[in-house]
Design a protein around this ligand. Structure first.
Ligand code: FES
Ligand SMILES: [Fe+2]
Length: 460
């Protein structure tokens, strides 16, 4: 029987705050025993202690905070609006809505992707409804009085032009929004003086160099309304500490308490949770043969001296290569198997993994509701890029298990979603003023709030 560790043991008084880690094999130990080349970026560790004061609940519940975010956060940060593949041809458009702001992303006749405020310069009409996507002709025509603009934002024509002698053609243009592309995602930033996306993203491009997301396609997409403030909901996906109580199904395989957390500059953080190396803090940890069996294989077929993780990866590499019609022979174990999540401030998560190829986006619907986008981005098969699937809308009550393609993840996502209703109610009834965070496992939440403060405080 493998060794078990007591997760309820008292903290070590010898350690400085933030120094303690769960006993048992670390992510770096797991990576060292992996066959094949582990990317250097996954060997990086970048944690720093960020204090231990309670984080006030009114950061989530107050209208004042929401209003400040509308004014100073959503107007100053890069957010992904859609995938490039959503707008493959000239005239294709996609509307991105955040709070009351609406931006139309459109591909021009020169194939350039541009973004404009979704509001007519005449009397403010939206060109296209919020959350819409579609195709226009060679120009954007306002449905109210029929004025139209070229896809580069220049004025095309004004009906009854004689009545607008005061309008200058070259000034009566669409209001352009900063727009750039990374990893096949179209990003926008409402800040007229936005820093370049590449600078904003810090290490992200380097860390995804070996797993280019532009070579993936949208195999699944959901948009679900969830209870609670968008930050509260998002933070439910930034740590693996909750796996013990919230996701008890696969506890023997998930080394949740040994998840690694990293902070990279103001806008990026990461967790890395190995899912196939057993769980050293389970009361009954599995040995390698048992892990192999739990992963769905015949334990008698585990080669002598081989880890279950390596043997499982070899099999999965082969079966997934066939299933996805791609060559995964060089994909490292960690990318193939693990839950590796990068958060890009303020509201997006990107997973480089093959087996867990998730993308998240969190948007506020008022103070107390969140719209959670989930995509699964699979590698583009040799046979060619499939068209992106349409987003399925799920209301508050609809289960993720109704969505074809999530498989066991549907249950996991339901478990997460069920928490939010209770946490939101609990946050509002609490007489304790704030939440008490773990120094290590919940550091990404603290890191996020520190960056949030820097945006909210700027320009006060
Ligand atoms: S509001 Fe757009 S043409 Fe009148
Ligand atoms: Fe979860």
């Amino acid at each position: 029987m493998a060794e078990s560790y007591d997760i309820y043991a008292a903290p070590d008084p010898e350690l400085e705050p933030g120094e303690a880690r769960c006993p048992g094999p670390s992510v770096q130990d797991v990576l060292e025993s992996d066959q094949g080349q582990t990317p250097e970026t996954l060997k990086a560790q970048s944690y720093s202690y960020m204090g231990n004061e309670d984080l006030p609940f009114d950061r989530y519940t107050s209208q004042e905070m929401y209003d400040l975010e509308v004014e100073r956060l959503w107007t100053r940060t890069w957010q992904w609006a859609c995938r490039e593949e959503h707008i493959p041809d000239p005239g294709d458009y996609y509307v991105y809505d955040i709070a009351h702001y609406s931006v139309i992303v459109v591909r021009g006749n020169d194939r350039q992707v541009r973004a404009f405020v979704n509001s007519c310069p005449h009397r403010g009409m939206q060109f296209v409804d919020s959350y819409e996507q579609g195709k226009c002709k060679q120009f954007l025509r306002c449905p109210f009085h029929g004025m139209s603009w070229n896809l580069d934002g220049g004025l095309r024509e004004i009906p009854c032009r004689w009545d607008f002698p005061h309008v200058k053609d070259d000034e009566f243009t669409l209001d352009g929004v900063a727009c750039d592309i990374w990893g096949g995602f179209v990003f926008i930033n409402l800040d007229e003086n936005a820093q370049p996306l590449d600078d904003y993203m810090g290490v992200l491009p380097e860390h995804f160099a070996g797993t280019p997301l532009e070579d993936r396609y949208v195999a699944l997409h959901t948009q679900k309304v969830l209870h609670g403030n968008w930050k509260m909901v998002m933070e439910g996906f930034l740590e693996a500490f909750h796996v013990l109580a919230t996701h008890p199904n696969r506890l023997q395989l998930s080394s949740w308490a040994n998840t690694q957390y990293d902070l990279f500059g103001p806008h990026v953080s990461r967790f890395h949770q190995p899912l196939t190396s057993g769980n050293a803090v389970h009361p009954r940890p599995l040995n390698e043969r048992e892990v192999y069996a739990e992963l769905g294989h015949d334990p008698d077929e585990l080669p002598e001296g081989e880890t279950a993780r390596n043997a499982h990866a070899a099999k999965l590499r082969e079966s997934l290569s066939k299933e996805l019609d791609v060559d995964l022979s060089d994909v490292p174990n960690a990318i193939l198997l693990d839950s590796i999540e990068y958060h890009l401030f303020p509201n997006a998560c990107f997973f480089p993994g093959i087996n867990i190829p998730l993308i998240y986006r969190f948007r506020p619907l008022g103070v107390d509701k969140t719209l959670h986008d989930i995509m699964m981005l699979k590698p583009v098969p040799r046979s060619g890029r499939p068209a992106p699937v349409e987003a399925a809308s799920l209301d508050l009550e609809t289960s993720y298990t109704t969505v074809e393609g999530f498989e066991y993840l549907g249950l996991v996502l339901d478990q997460d979603s069920d928490n939010f209703k209770r946490q939101w109610a609990g946050m509002r009834t609490s007489r304790k003023k704030g939440q008490t965070l773990a120094n290590y496992q919940e550091v990404r939440i603290r890191h996020f709030h520190e960056t949030l403060n820097s945006y909210l405080e700027a320009g006060r």
